[in-house]
Design a protein around this ligand. Sequence first.
Ligand code: SAH
Length: 464
Amino acid sequence: MDYLPIFADVRNKLCLVVGGGGVAKRKAGMLLGAGARVRVVAPQIEAALAEQHNVETVTARFSEEHLDGVTLVIAATNDRSVNRQVSELARARNIPVNVVDDPELCSFIMPAILDRSPLMVAFSSGGASPVLTRMMRGKLETMIPQNYSRLATFAERFRELVKRRISNPVKRRIFWENALEGVIAEKVLVGDESSAEKMMQQMLASEDNIQHGEVYLVGAGPGDPDLLTFRALRLLQKADVVVYDNLVSKPILEMVRRDAERIYAGKKRDDHTMPQEEINELLVRLAKQGKRVLRLKGGDPFIFGRGGEEIETLAEHGIPFQVVPGITAASGVAAYAGIPLTHRDHAQSCIFVTGHLKDGSMDLDWDALARPRQTIVVYMGLPGLATLCSELVAHGLPGSTPAAIVQQGTTQNQRVITGTLVTLPGIAQAEKLQAPTLIIVGGVVTLRSKLAWFDPGKSAGLPG
Ligand code: SAH
């Protein structure tokens, strides 16, 4: 270890910043944020800095008397000789000094920080590579949710009470681990502190001080793992058991916590999907065992995902749950295929429908679909493609209306096939398409010839 990491208490202490530029301003801001009083010394000082509360400005070149009464010094001028002078004089008086970007002149260095006050993460490469430190900070930024600040404050509020109620330190630690990992923490993280508080009181009042399971209904997006939300990723790494669909891509499943149990709710060996009621009951059963259950679904759970039915059953059993939206196939696939779903010149509205065939026909409001200047996105539509196209034409859309099929959009197997309402069914039949596929109908499809940017090399057909 090259440095001793410490957090300094500068509340109401006088700190000196030498310099009047942007860097000095940032450092002064940081000191003020930690509750310090700040003296800024420079020949020229921005008015905005001088006007701040708790700032004393000295419009002059630095000289020794500016160190009087000072607890800590930061030199941020662009003149190395001034910085050196500040450093030497401060050290002579045993005042800790930092010179920005000049470790040699420092008696302490400032870490990069991730501020979730009262929770604070500080890190440093000891000057070896500030860029690496910044990159690391970026990574941590995505791993530690903004709301951890709230969580820490919440925990602080209960600290004394918990200490009084649970005197055994081991039991108390387990209690806190339970509270800060489970439903209570999740409630705080989504901003529902009143529910969290109630649960906390209940847990403190109960015999075993243990809270029970919960369910996260999470949208996994259309396939590319980069399209997961931060929250989805965090919960994937926290869940005890993951119940997933066949739409969820392999790279996303690899992000599940290693020792978590995985249950496949897609096609079983006999090729039948697990009935919905069975899935609903499975979620209830697992949660009642006290587990953190993550129900992972392709795209968004509330768009053709039957997510509503699953949480209805949970609600009936009083099991806490949360719903994490995902990027739905329509928006993910359209973006990666270079087909904007709306566009000033082509479409002012966009409609999502399911093209599921029932007894050979589709139960859709064709008049509402066959409107000019509207994009239609059809989920689960490939088996009924011919019906879809002919009905749209029969209800008034020109046969020349551009249409596209996107196979396994956003993944390395993405393929885009384009044609018109007349030609597309024939083209699709000639291509061996693999599920899942999404159909997009409307003038916006022609834009692909200009806007396509993602092409794993498997596209076929001509733009519109
Ligand atoms: N809840 C999901 C949709 C489930 S229905 C969502 O919001 O996206 C399943 C249908 O979604 C598939 O039949 C297909 O039409 C579409 N789909 C899902 N992922 C897709 C992908 N990567 N590429 C193309 N279509 C996709």
